[in-house]
Design a protein around this ligand. Structure first.
Ligand code: C5P
Length: 223
């Protein structure tokens, strides 16, 4: 067991973190998005920086403030912008944590002007976004990879499948069944799954403490 109390264990590492939602434009004033607050990713960025690593935080639209001299924040809006920002930086990182709630689909043709109210129904055609985490999992020289999964049923089974498909070293599973878990709230309840399919269960706790638990599991494996 590596001693977390002795700080700066990650001093020679660079870590990329994605966080927050993505906004997919429908027209210049409207978007498809989700309720991710970016709080879990921000807590992770702070904890990793406190362990001495340089952090590249690639963040979708979020009101959360993150201040630390080791954190460089890159703001993006859409999944495609997040994908581009990740691939611009990924070669220089040792470790990458994908906590963003990326939109699975985006409008095929965002309107150039605000869409006018006309008929009773309106169809918007959607196309799949690239899976950013999976694209990094496919890289030959990939960093240590941490993914997130939010499942509503057969949680473990889906999480094992996701870990394999996305080639993660650790997968953090959030259960939606728990009151103090998930979007917006300041607490979270997680399980962590490693490559050997070990499952580590944690209690509901503040996201800052959840971040410590995740970073603890990372440090055991990257040092
Ligand atoms: O497939 P699903 O969206 O459940 O996977 C969740 C994990 O994959 C998270 O770590 C999320 O950040 C990442 N992801 C991604 N790009 C996507 C979709 C998900 O990086 N387009």
């Amino acid at each position: 067991e590596k001693d977390l109390q002795s700080k700066h264990l990650l001093h020679d590492k660079t870590c990329l973190i994605t966080a927050g939602p993505t906004y997919e434009a429908i027209d210049p004033v409207r978007f498809i998005g989700n309720h991710s607050s970016g709080k879990m990713g921000a807590a992770l960025a702070l904890e990793i920086a406190q362990q001495g690593a340089r952090v590249i935080l690639i963040m979708g639209p979020s009101a959360v403030k993150v201040e630390h001299h080791l954190i460089k924040r890159i703001d993006v809006q859409s999944a495609q912008q997040m994908y581009d920002a990740v691939h611009e930086k990924i070669a220089q990182v040792d470790l990458a944590i994908f906590s963003a709630a990326v939109a699975d689909y985006r409008p095929v043709n965002p309107a150039g002007q605000k869409i006018k109210k006309k008929s009773d129904t309106l169809q918007i055609e959607l196309v799949k976004n690239p899976d950013i985490l999976a694209s990094v999992g496919d890289l030959k020289n990939k960093p240590f990879l941490v993914g997130f999964a939010l499942e509503t049923e057969n949680e473990l089974e889906h999480a094992f499948a996701k870990a394999e498909k996305k080639n993660t070293d650790l997968l953090v599973l959030n259960s939606m069944r728990d009151k103090g878990a998930g979007f917006g709230v300041d607490t979270n309840k997680i399980s962590i799954i490693d490559r050997e399919k070990n499952v580590f269960d944690f209690e509901t706790k503040p996201k800052s403490e959840v971040a410590k638990d995740i970073v603890h599991e990372i440090i055991q494996r990257v040092l």
